[in-house]
Write a protein that binds this ligand. Sequence first.
Ligand code: ADP
Ligand code: MG
Length: 323
Amino acid sequence: MTHDTPEFDVIARYFTRPAANAVLGVGDDCALVDVANGMDLAVSVDTMVSGTHFFADVDPETLGHKALAVNLSDMAAMGAMPYWAMLALTLPQVDHAWLRAFAKGFFDLAEEFDVSLIGGDTTRGPLTMTVTIMGEVPAGAALRRSGAKAGNDVWVSGRIGDAALAVAHRHGKVVLAEDDYREAVLHLYEPVPRVALGQALRGLATAAIDVSDGLLADLGHICKLSGVGATVELAALPLSPIGARHVASAAGRAAIVAGGDDYELCFTAHPNSRESIADIGRMLDVPLTHIGQVKRGRGVSLVGPDGKTLKIDGRGFDHFSPS
Ligand code: ADP
Ligand code: MG
């Protein structure tokens, strides 16, 4: 029996677990962690807001998974090893069934990646969850967005487009068959962060990013920071059978190349690295596909099978762009 106030009861019941890899976890004013010699501390934060990042009817276990998964994906994109997470949770009310399911989704994924929840904040308000993730990367070895060079290959992991097709279906922009929607929505709600891949690409990828806002927009971020341009071949994109059924329509194609939420890695590498990259794909059992080239210049263009540039409506998600 606990005599805590509701806020502390929530923290104690749902979010206090032993933090094996921290000096001090939940309960004090700060958590304490020990960063190994020769390592840089990699830190990232992501917020998910109800109605913006997820539909209000999403199952809380899925939300718990996704709140952490999108942060693990940032660690992956940096080639970093995730260790510690912090969770700032804003709740409209204390709903024990909701909290139990949310914590299960969060901790199941945390355990899978040996990540400890070492602190956070619990407040009342519109449902919002902010996760900060921290990890280590050997000093100087992080996969930045700024290292792409003209002549590099552009690669992407996994399959692109299913998550965005599920969103487009919910918004009435494309119509997926019932089974296809059920399958696509799994990619939206339960992305698999490519943590092992990110680490394996250290020393090979010249730049990397995770695909959260849309393939073309995210590759555009690499290009901008690297001072280069890129082309992507539509025919080279790794599509699922669902994607293949919708790529011919303008709305389907836009979702695939400009919708986001795949949480796959897009990276660039020298053509000499092709065999090593193929080996990594086989070793980790992750499809890795060469989808385009880095060029001199700026901007990303999508090239159709006839060699002509394809126009796409909407090039990626931006919270402050008028829609
Ligand atoms: P403070 O008053 O210093 O902000 P709090 O009262 O907010 O501390 O939190 C008490 C302890 O519980 C802290 O160690 C904090 O990191 C942790 N904590 C609060 N909310 C969460 C949460 N949702 N998940 C994990 N730890 C949390
Ligand atoms: Mg606090």
